[in-house]
Ligand binder design. Structure first.
Ligand code: PMP
Length: 380
């Protein structure tokens, strides 16, 4: 650290160097629990992107401060260390982990490998096939559409789970995307249904289970499917450090699958796509189980407060297993989103399958109070 500071001071002059060093001071403040809310920089209360308002673990912040000197090196060693920790955590081999620049990168790799044209068909305009729920997180839909894939959207069940029998019927080779808990509905798909689906899905289709919100789910009817990877070459599970670990801006996610499936994805990936800061912060976060417990507790408390307040005024929410909720706003959501924005509250976007439903990220208690006030003013 001190060498870097001296070098910067020589190169840039003391004033500029002070500005460069300043982030380290705020890291220290953050490590003592004084992390500024994510909205401090602007007046806008941001409840639109399912971010974690409490920030990264103090251990992650300290690890990043200590890693400044490594910024001039390629990230291989930090990537190996994180892949090793994740392999131990999940009880799999290191070759079964693929790190990504956020789990978004992994979703794109999956769309390209499994819903794009087959290698022997390259040059044709027709792509492969993607089966997904409606509504669900659309990143993979976007990439598959760019690949000219045939898209099969299967509406969620009445209890907002994935309709797995219908998805199975629609699956012919290609990629089946299961988001569990599901964005935007925050609902889960019952564990037995998902397990049976994975057992019986045709081997020539790939099942991608996105567990971005895994840590927030505490229903006895929910489970991770990572333990099923060992028996299913066609199963890929993705996780992210953007949610419970509070690292959305750092960009780190990963996939767990069998080694040859991971290899197919790795061949498509840019070299060294994860940066050193994200890697060391992620590895340090895994050493801080208290952060997960604390964030889950704060989310549960603030989510219960928000859903109770909304229910009291006649807006019950879909039961949430995530750090966001969705509720029927009883009016088209697009003008509602715009009106809330005018009151400096940013909420989730339109999901066309549920045009009257609002998706709302659970922020801090103060942020949710601001939302509730603005919402009541807007609906009159
Ligand atoms: N999957 C789901 C279900 C998400 O909601 C998100 C982000 N909102 C992602 C993946 C992408 O997360 P990231 O790229 O930050 O890891």
């Amino acid at each position: 650290m001190s060498i870097s500071r001296r070098r910067f001071a020589q190169l840039l002059g003391a004033g500029a160097a002070a500005a460069v060093v300043r982030p380290a001071l705020s890291f220290a403040e953050a490590a003592t629990g004084a992390f500024p809310p994510a909205t401090a920089a602007s007046e806008m209360v941001r409840l639109s992107a399912n971010e974690n308002p409490y920030g990264p673990s103090p251990k992650a912040l300290r690890a990043m401060s200590a890693a400044y000197d490594r910024a001039c090196r390629y990230p291989d060693e930090s990537a190996d260390a994180l892949a090793g920790s994740l392999a131990r955590l999940h009880g799999v081999g290191r070759e079964q982990i693929l790190l990504g620049d956020g789990s978004s990168e992994i979703l794109k790799l999956c769309a390209d490998e499994f819903s794009g044209p087959l290698p022997k068909e390259k040059g044709k305009t027709a792509g492969g096939r993607l089966v997904l729920a409606d509504p669900t997180f659309e990143a993979i839909l976007y990439h598959a559409t760019m690949n000219h894939a045939a898209i099969e959207k299967v509406p969620l069940t009445a209890s907002y789970g994935h309709d797995l029998p219908k998805m199975m019927a629609a699956a012919e080779k290609g990629l089946i995307y299961v988001c569990n808990p599901n964005n935007p509905t925050a609902s889960t798909t019952p564990k037995k249904e998902l397990r049976d689906f994975i057992e019986h899905a045709p081997n020539d289709s790939i099942i991608l289970v996105d567990e971005a919100y895994y840590h927030y789910a505490d229903s006895p009817d929910y489970e991770s499917v990572i333990p099923l990877v060992k028996d299913h070459v066609n199963l890929i599970v993705t996780r992210t450090f953007s949610k419970i670990y509070g690292m959305a801006g750092l960009r780190c996610g990963y996939a767990v699958a069998q080694g040859n499936t991971i290899e197919r994805l790795r061949e498509r990936q840019s070299w060294d796509s994860s940066n050193v800061m994200a890697l060391v912060a992620a590895a340090a976060s895994l050493e801080d189980p208290e952060q997960v417990a604390k964030n889950r507790r704060l989310n549960n408390e603030t989510r219960a407060f928000t859903t109770n307040q909304l229910a009291k005024i006649g807006y019950p929410s879909i039961a949430s297993q995530a750090n966001f909720i969705m509720f029927d706003a009883k009016r088209p959501v697009v003008p509602l989103i715009a009106s809330l924005k005018q009151k400096k509250v940013q909420v989730g976007r339109l999901f066309r399958a549920l045009p009257n439903h609002l998706r709302l990220t659970i922020g801090t208690r103060a942020e949710m109070e601001t939302f509730l006030k603005a919402f009541q003013e807007v609906i009159g």
